[in-house]
Write a protein that binds this ligand. Structure first.
Ligand code: NCD
Length: 305
């Protein structure tokens, strides 16, 4: 039985295969309509979500399966003090596969040790978010035609942004990737990721606080929200939340074919005046997320079209 807790649980070949399946799902959705008939997905969200949870549910429904679950810890037995381990033992009696989100780093790993069915990490605290990474990789590959030879800028909250951590880890496996880290000093990428991922894999990277200064060299700009819920102090959040706001003026510095990604939800970091710019890919990213989650559910349930 396989779980997906971290993007490193998948080999590069497996990632490429999942993206190929997602491309085929987009081209031939009818082929996949019934292949998870009678299978059940449980979505256990101990932390808020719109896209990720609904995207998993929509993915399973599009495969002909059904869904059950909860969308906040307060409506589950966690509010009575039940442990994650016990919740998972119970839910794995009711479902064939589980997608879970939890505010504590490592909770999906604990779950995987007790589960009788595959566990998918749909975000654990400030740690990891591997299915958002599959979404991001699919979007980059569909927009750029490749996952190698790219200069990728990450802007915003690189400290707490779990989607950033997982995507950097995945991209570092491909050839000739340059990473540009754009953040306020307080929200820099954690040093364990620089050391264990960037330096270890020989990835060239630079750090700056100035978005406009580096914009012209980027093929991809990955914008992120400042993660309010992970701050210890409200005053710091208020001071940092509007550090970067991408607007038309800043887009003047960008390449004509640069691609803007954002895992969403957006707060202020991308002005809505950019939404109709052909370089804005964040709503296409949402659609890609559902299709790649379909591919992942099929893989973990070992079903084929
Ligand atoms: C992200 C997350 O939950 O980490 N959202 C998502 O899953 N699309 C990003 C965020 O919340 O800022």
């Amino acid at each position: 039985m396989r779980h997906l807790l971290d993007i490193v649980d998948l080999t590069t070949e497996e990632i490429d295969e999942l993206l190929d399946t997602a491309d085929d799902i987009i081209a031939n959705p009818d082929k996949y309509r019934d292949i998870c008939k009678y299978k059940k997905l449980a979505t256990l969200f101990f932390e808020p979500s719109t896209r990720t949870r609904l995207s998993f549910e929509s993915a399973m429904l599009s495969l002909g399966g059904s869904v059950l679950g909860f969308s906040e810890a307060s409506s589950s037995s966690a509010s009575k003090g039940e442990s994650v381990a016990d919740t998972i033992r119970v839910v794995s009696c009711y479902s064939d596969i589980i997608a879970m989100r939890h505010p504590k780093e490592g909770a999906p790993l604990v779950a995987s040790m007790k589960s009788a069915v595959p566990i998918i990490n749909a975000g654990d605290g400030g740690h990891n978010h591997p299915t958002q990474t599959l979404t991001d990789l699919l979007t980059i590959r569909r927009e750029k035609g490749r996952l190698h030879d790219l200069t990728v800028g990450f802007c915003g909250d690189l400290k707490f942004g779990r989607t950033v951590h997982s995507l950097i880890s995945a991209l570092s496996r491909y050839e000739n990737i340059n990473i540009v880290l754009i953040s306020p000093d307080e929200l820099k990428l954690p040093s364990y990721i620089k050391k264990d991922v960037l330096i270890k894999n020989g990835i060239t990277y630079e750090q700056t606080t100035d978005l406009c200064a580096v914009m012209g060299k980027l093929d991809i700009l990955y914008m992120t929200r400042v993660q309010q819920e992970r701050f210890f102090n409200e005053a710091d959040y208020i001071r940092l939340k509007d550090s970067y706001i991408l607007d038309r003026e800043k887009m003047e510095y960008a390449k004509k074919d640069m691609c803007i990604l954002h895992p969403l939800p957006r707060v202020n970091e991308i002005s809505t005046e950019i939404d109709d710019d052909p370089r804005a890919c964040y709503f296409k990213q949402v659609a890609n997320g559902k299709n790649v989650r379909m591919a992942l559910i099929m893989k973990l349930l070992e079903v084929q079209a």
